[in-house]
Design a protein around this ligand. Structure first.
Ligand SMILES: C[S@@+](CC[C@H](N)C(=O)[O-])C[C@H]1O[C@@H](n2cnc3c(N)ncnc32)[C@H](O)[C@@H]1O
Length: 280
């Protein structure tokens, strides 16, 4: 059996041939995961020969990654807002820029505040907010039943499930007369025509309903903005994540004068990322 040094060298070559950037770093991460050790172990025990079982497990992960499956679907985990989330192919992998919704939501929620999330997916946004704001409660909506199962698992893992109701729903369809202090959403906003341009990891593995509305990328955002006033308390807020170049169009959807204070907040790279709006 090859030792750790030899295994890493071979794996980096396989990953490089598959077009993966930083193949050496990824080989390290995959091997550390396969051996259930941290990366310092790989350096300290570089002469360690893999057992047949370790080699088999590692080669399986390596082949999956070489086919461009995201590392997070192989490990089944992703960190978001300092918490570990269970991730499967039924949910979008949480992105760091989405933490901006959490940061703003925490500031906007009043004591005992209630919020609604449209398109809860893995539950990362709602779970992180509920984990930080202990008096808050929420309703999480998603069109995907499988995504809701993962959201439930994550809310249980982080012990916030008693303050979150999960419902299957096309945008707000399932709601009746509920009123919220805040509505948050990271909706599917990639125009369908742009799906082909995305990296293989995203295009071939992440759920298509989490990425795009199947149209111009703006239809669900527009529906949320149009319907949100029915479900917001007076002076309630809406926070929506948007895609590259969508800010001007999205601002134009706030045509009703019930909306005030419409702001576009940039992410850490200066890209307009979140639209924040308040109703009268
Ligand atoms: C971009 S993902 C966001 C997931 C998670 N909130 C996050 O930030 O990582 C969008 C989510 O919206 C859901 N979705 C798509 N269309 C929907 C609709 N019409 N109504 C409700 N949810 C929808 C998808 O199933 C997916 O879970």
């Amino acid at each position: 059996m090859p030792n750790i040094t030899e295994t890493l060298k071979q794996a980096a070559e396989v990953l490089q041939a598959s077009g993966i950037q930083e193949p050496r770093r990824e080989a390290n991460s995959l091997l550390a995961f396969a051996l259930q050790k941290d990366k310092t172990y790989l350096i300290a025990r570089s002469e360690h020969k893999l057992s047949t079982e370790e080699e088999k497990r590692f080669q399986e992960f390596l082949q999956r990654r070489a086919k461009r499956e995201p590392f997070q679907y192989i490990t089944g985990k992703q960190e978001f807002y300092g918490l570990d989330f269970t991730i499967t192919k039924d949910v979008l992998i949480p992105r760091p820029e989405t933490e901006l919704i959490v940061e703003n939501a925490i500031k906007l929620l009043p004591k005992n505040g209630k919020f609604c999330e449209v398109g809860i997916g893995s539950g990362c946004i709602s779970t992180a907010i509920l984990h930080e704001v202990k008096t808050a409660s929420a309703i999480g909506l998603d069109i995907s039943e499988n995504a809701l199962k993962i959201a439930l698992k994550n809310t249980q893992q982080h012990k916030v499930f008693k303050r979150l109701q999960l419902k299957i729903s096309n945008v707000f369809e399932v709601l009746k007369s509920e009123k919220f202090d805040l509505i948050v959403s990271n909706p599917p906003y990639v125009p369908s025509a742009e799906i082909e341009t995305l990296p293989a990891e995203v295009r071939c593995f992440e759920p298509i309903t989490a990425l795009t509305d199947g149209k111009d990328g703006l239809s669900i955002i527009k529906k949320i903005i149009n319907d949100a006033p029915k479900f917001l308390k007076p002076r309630g807020f809406l926070l929506i994540e948007i895609g590259f170049n969508q800010a001007d169009k999205v601002k134009s959807f706030f045509s009703s004068n019930i909306w005030q204070k419409i702001e576009v907040l940039p992410d850490l790279q200066g890209i307009p990322r979140i639209v924040k709006a308040k109703i009268r």
